[in-house]
Design a protein around this ligand. Sequence first.
Ligand code: 4AD
Ligand code: MG
Length: 478
Amino acid sequence: MSRVKIKEALAQEAGSVITVKGWVRAFRSNRFIALNDGSTINNIQIVIDADQLDETTLKGISTGASLAVTGNLVESQGAGQKVEINATEVIVLGNADPEEVQKTILQPKKHSLELLREQAHLRFRTNLFGAIFRIRHAMTFAIHNYFNEKGFYNLHTPIITGSDAEGAGEMFRVTNFDLENIPLTEDGKIDVEQDFFGKETNLTVSGQLEAELGAMALGQVYTFGPTFRAENSNTSRHLAEFWMIEPEVAFADLKDDMELSEDFMKYVIQYALDNCKDDLDFLLQRETNEDKSKPQAERNELNLIERLEFVVSNSFERITYTEAIDILQRSKPFKKKKFKFPVEWGVDLASEHERFLVEKHFKKPVIIFDYPKEIKAFYMRNNDDGKTVAAMDVLFPGIGEIIGGSQREERLDVLKEKIKDFNIEEEHIWWYLDTRKFGTAPHAGFGLGFERLMMFVTGMANIKDVIPFPRTPKNAEF
Ligand code: 4AD
Ligand code: MG
């Protein structure tokens, strides 16, 4: 008999004979099995008659084991579910030794997030991580849907690259040299010409530069790929490997870019509200329980669902960097010297400043634009004031920067000046400069950190808990 997904079985009327397959979440009273197959956060209850099963099968039914169960779908006698299965046949597909299970997070009780991370290969089996990764899928789908509906083309930009798009130098080197025996030139430098690609290469920090090339012909493109940064910052919002979505639009300016970012964020968050109800309800419940054990001041003012609805139904505040500095300098924490980092024109905003603006001052998402040119990347378009560039950051409550974007410098002479100021060699990005020679046009784009979006949508506080296998300094297990 073909397998019915548990999600579908739970939605069916009683009366048919079906087969389900899944993993045992709990087995109690030698009679009730809670079975889950990942199709939904909800388990189906299986009722067995222990006397009808042979001994080996009965012994095999234990937490973590995988089963195939055939039986009658009947109306449930107990509370908590509409239907359950009266098993007529149970096949143990894979055993899980109870003694071994005791040592793992499969044991059904509350485990710390740290322990769950150490057993990331098993944490998919928990309600929490099942919910998170189903939502992650839904968000991926929503993003592709959004851009497809808007006529964008998905572009696969290279993972291995010879350029440093952000100019931050935080890259992972790619080489197939024997590290014990690296070929050197006569003056003792690494002989990159003998390396696999015949030049220095790294893992990409952003697909933007290549996306710009695509946009200059296809009009509207977006990338959705892994990006890598060797930032040695062990924070709850940084990963060494994360996924980024980067739309790039020809004939668009910074204002269009900000509008696109707001419309896009609202669409994907609404998609979660519309399509991930069971999983969001679980996360909401979890957050509410956690909040109960926290002091009043640390509790969430709005709950998870309220926060998502709030973003969808309110417009994002737009302020210039100069206005942001002004607000910060007039703020209470500044006057009382509560900020750790300096607040003055020309200095990058620290996360404490961003969070003050978003969480205390405006209490909603904020887009800050027109940043000092010295603190932003070389490709951003110079404004006429001679001091700022047409850059924008979208800041979210609880997250801080979630999107970074800009209008791009499309004027060849200005761009050449800028790359000189940033000490970039022209011959390294001759192809990028070419697009400014052949039919250059105003264009703009941005990058959304996918895991930061996931943190916002799930309410998880640590970025390591929204990607299956996080890569961070000193950690590349699995
Ligand atoms: O602001 P960033 O560095 O912008 C760019 O890379 C541009 N090329 C984007 C563009 O205009 N096409 O990064 C974009 C976003 C950030 O706002 C943040 O959400 C996320 O990527 N991000 C990280 N997420 C997790 N871990 C890290 N180490 C991240 N660094 C950036
Ligand atoms: Mg940024």
